[in-house]
Design a protein around this ligand. Structure first.
Ligand code: AFP
Length: 341
């Protein structure tokens, strides 16, 4: 990064981007600032997660006799509280709750809807592995005072802002409002997200694949053949690829975005209740598809862009293949050749 960019925080960065678009109202700046604020609070608690044995197990009483809240419930409350009262949203939905969440009584309703996964990968908390928050914002579709489900059920193609926060060895926020993908690292000493990864571009082709390979016997023929292909020896195409899988989507996608390659969660027959795989369209796949495409990568269901899927259920799941353009194209070829739709 050049010297003149040092010390640029998230607010200044968005403001600069806005100056390039005189028609902008500043609302997206407000939204991202509120998300960043909530993320700082969650980050502070995530950093203390290893101390639960000392401060009290979740669900227990701590030394002060207070209930110790589960981290995913805490993150959900923090985001909903801050975003619900921000005046920017008309309706919200989180991965944690079955129904849409209205703006609390007495607070202004705004022009946007937000879908959020407040703490994804939470089964990794106990083992000190990176976890994250994922969000996507749409402009509201309906009139009337409060928003409704329809304001959330929009294809990813209509996203106005999306991003994630990874709570890892440091906390990073990565966002896009459609003008590139930009990363900010939290400097805890000043409490600010500082621009650290401006204009992220994913390599056109990678050499890493990321998938829960224990599910191999449950995949379709196309996916199995593709994974077999990645493990063949071929120097010219960089095979065999390296395997990397954390089991925390934000961490796996963050690595894929920065280094290239492919992340996959295909459909499988392991659980008849989840025939389309595990990942949710609104909270996980659609925001990451938006980021991938804006970083020069791709995201597919195997049959077409994830961004073109019209949601029909708040918690709908879709097969997900995302990363470097060449790698995503190749897995699509395998699926379309060997698997019937
Ligand atoms: P948890 O929130 O239950 O840990 O699930 C995380 C997740 O939704 C996503 O972050 C991972 O990529 C994926 O599930 C891992 O799923 P498998 O354990 O089936 O590989």
């Amino acid at each position: 990064m050049s010297d003149h960019r040092i010390g640029i925080n998230l607010t200044r960065h968005i403001h600069e981007k806005q100056m390039q678009h005189p028609e902008a109202t500043g609302e997206l700046t407000g939204i991202l600032n509120q998300i960043a604020f909530a993320a700082k609070i969650v980050s502070r608690e995530v950093n203390k997660a290893g101390l639960v044995e000392i401060l009290g197990l979740t669900g227990d009483k701590n030394v002060q006799g207070e209930e110790v809240q589960k981290l995913d419930e805490f993150a959900n409350e923090v985001f909903l509280n801050i975003l619900g009262k921000s005046g920017h949203f008309c309706i919200m939905a989180t991965e944690e709750e079955a129904e849409v969440i209205p703006v609390p009584e007495g607070y202004k309703r705004g022009n946007y809807s937000i879908a959020i996964d407040p703490l994804d990968g939470s089964s990794n908390i106990d083992v000190n592995i990176s976890i994250g928050t994922i969000f996507s914002v749409h402009r509201r579709m309906t009139d009337g005072e409060g928003g409704c489900e329809q304001d959330l059920m929009q294809p990813g193609r209509r996203t106005v802002a999306a991003g994630y926060v990874v709570y890892g060895s440091s906390t990073m926020l990565v966002e896009s409002t459609g003008n590139g993908v930009h990363g900010f690292t939290l400097d805890p000493s000043v409490g600010e997200f500082l621009e650290s990864h401006p204009d992220i571009r994913i390599p056109e082709k990678g050499q890493t694949y990321s998938i829960n390979e224990g599910n191999y016997p449950y995949w379709t023929t196309g996916v199995r053949k593709y994974i077999d292909f990645l493990k063949e020896k071929d120097k010219e195409s960089g095979r065999p690829y390296s395997a990397r899988y954390i089991g925390s989507m934000v961490a796996d996608m963050h690595r894929t975005l920065l280094k290239g390659g492919i992340f996959m969660y295909p459909a499988d027959t392991k659980d008849p209740k989840k025939p389309k795989g595990k990942l949710r369209l609104l909270y996980e796949c659609s925001p990451f598809a938006f980021l991938m495409e804006h970083a020069g990568g791709a995201a597919s269901t195997g049959w077409g862009p994830v961004l073109d899927v019209q949601p029909n259920d708040l918690h709908q799941r879709v097969p997900f293949f995302a990363g470097s353009v060449c790698d995503v194209k190749q897995v699509e070829e395998y699926i379309q050749k060997y698997d019937g739709e």
